[in-house]
Design a protein around this ligand. Structure first.
Ligand code: SAH
Length: 356
């Protein structure tokens, strides 16, 4: 079971990525009572412990054994930014190997929503996105996704009720760890967040969408559409060279049929690129006959990119034209514009500082 670490030292197991059932098996194999798994699970996923030392209802011997064989994945706060503009906070976390990830807390009337990262960096290359600039560093472990939420809950004292997987990274490019994250964060032994309150956003990895449709989950799928034709989409999103728009849409239809969950299409509005009347027509052809929702995101200008957002008035006009065509469409309320709002910008600032 043990993977060998450097110098022949056995690597410790990542305990926070283990489900309750797996932990039961681990405890049984170690000659411990089954109920210990329940206690450990509660410390890790309900009381949100950062160390085995805190687990005071376990014997000292068991705590020592746990710290010898297992580790609690490190997700350490480096910076917390609190927006003055709206109830939004941004967090930069450092992982055990020095990689940085960012997460956002958004407080709404209906509850608190946390946006997590699924990878350190990203290899999808979307032209307007800051997260992809340094490429993919590595996939996040399930524990590292969970503990972004846990740390935010601990730091702020706020209960989290909604999750969006829309931070850095492509969740379907880290498929197994992402699906395990969904199962664990919604499990009764953990934070027990309803799957209906979880949204995952994908750039459109077709086999991943079909696979996800068969997992028996109840999460909302958001597709980053960003263009109404294959040609235009290709110019904004390199992933469209691998998965064509018509195939992505067919996969979304299958997701809806299997899960009954209405698809959200995200559309980052870029001035002069995808905000014309022709784009309204192209989008209407896609969304007009589907049970879906379009979320318009005026593009967040990224320092390294030249894209600009349309004026507020033009974004509203774009929305109105779609509405007239019978489409369910909203403009995403801007959050945290004063705190490195755009995806990956806080993390980028640190990457840049490292180079200087
Ligand atoms: N990899 C996933 C999720 C991460 S990004 C995906 O592609 O969907 C979450 C959303 O923010 C995506 O729709 C993405 O295209 C969008 N996005 C990224 N950078 C942006 C920017 N600078 N302005 C507006 N939206 C952006």
């Amino acid at each position: 079971m043990f993977q060998k670490g450097g110098l022949g030292v056995p690597e410790k197991k990542d305990i926070c990525s283990l489900t309750y059932e797996e932990l039961v098996r681990e405890m049984e194999a170690a000659g411990e009572k089954k109920f210990r798994a329940g206690q450990i699970c509660q410390w890790l996923h309900v009381k949100l412990a950062d160390s085995f030392g805190e687990m005071t209802n376990l014997s000292v011997a068991l705590r020592e054994k746990l710290s010898r064989d297992y580790e609690i994945a490190r997700v350490d706060l480096v910076e917390r930014q609190i927006s003055k503009a709206d109830p939004t906070e941004k967090f930069l976390f450092e992982l055990a190997d020095g990689n940085m990830v960012e997460s956002v807390l958004m407080k709404y009337d209906y509850g608190n929503s946390v946006c997590i990262s699924s990878q350190a960096g990203c290899r999808m290359g979307c032209r307007f996105c800051a997260s992809t600039i340094g490429g993919l560093k590595r996939n996040l472990k399930t524990s590292e996704m969970l503990r972004q939420v846990y740390q935010i809950q601990k730091i702020t004292g706020e209960r989290v009720s909604n999750i969006v997987v829309m931070g850095t990274g492509e969740p379907l490019d880290n498929y197994d760890n992402f699906v395990r994250f969904v199962r664990m964060i919604s499990a009764p032994e953990g934070l027990h967040i309803s799957q209906r309150n979880i949204t995952a956003s994908t750039c459109g990895i077709v086999p991943g969408i079909y696979r996800l449709a068969d997992e028996g989950l109840q999460i909302t799928l958001a597709l980053s559409l960003h263009a109404g034709t294959q040609e235009k989409r290709k110019s904004l999103m390199p992933v469209a060279n691998t998965y064509e728009l018509k195939d992505v849409l067919a996969a979304c239809d299958a997701y809806f049929e299997k899960t009954g969950r209405r698809i959200t299409f995200e559309y980052s509005l870029v001035k002069g690129v995808n905000d014309t009347d022709e784009d309204v027509e192209d989008l209407t052809r896609i969304a007009g006959h589907r049970n879906c929702h379009i979320n318009l995101i005026p593009v967040n200008p990224v320092r390294e990119r030249s894209y600009q957002r349309p004026s507020r008035q033009n974004a509203l006009k774009f929305q109105n034209k779609l509405e007239k065509n019978g489409i369910n469409v909203t403009i995403r309320r801007e959050r945290g514009s004063d705190i490195d709002g755009a995806c990956g910008q806080l993390r980028r600032r640190y990457a840049d500082a490292g180079k200087e």
